[in-house]
Design a binder for this molecule. Sequence first.
Ligand code: ZN
Length: 94
Amino acid sequence: MNEVNLLMKCSICGKKYGKKSINIVQNKKDSMLVHVNCDFCRSSSLAVINKGIQNNDSIVTLGILTDLDYEEACNVLRKDPISFDDVLDIYECH
Ligand SMILES: [Zn+2]
């Protein structure tokens, strides 16, 4: 998780997240969904991280502020998983 720590900052107060602030909700082969909870301003976000394949860099591609805590996020996202394909289907016009 070190490489993630280096990159992830709170979008509200700009502080770096501590190790304990980052929790993995879903872990896939090339990406993962994490829940982060800022120690400083108490805001929570969900972020999608693309795992670097070539040089171990991880890139945060999407961050969403959320009211869910980690357990709630897991319950919601694991019970009713939405894949990127599903999202594309919904928004694609035919
Ligand atoms: Zn913050």
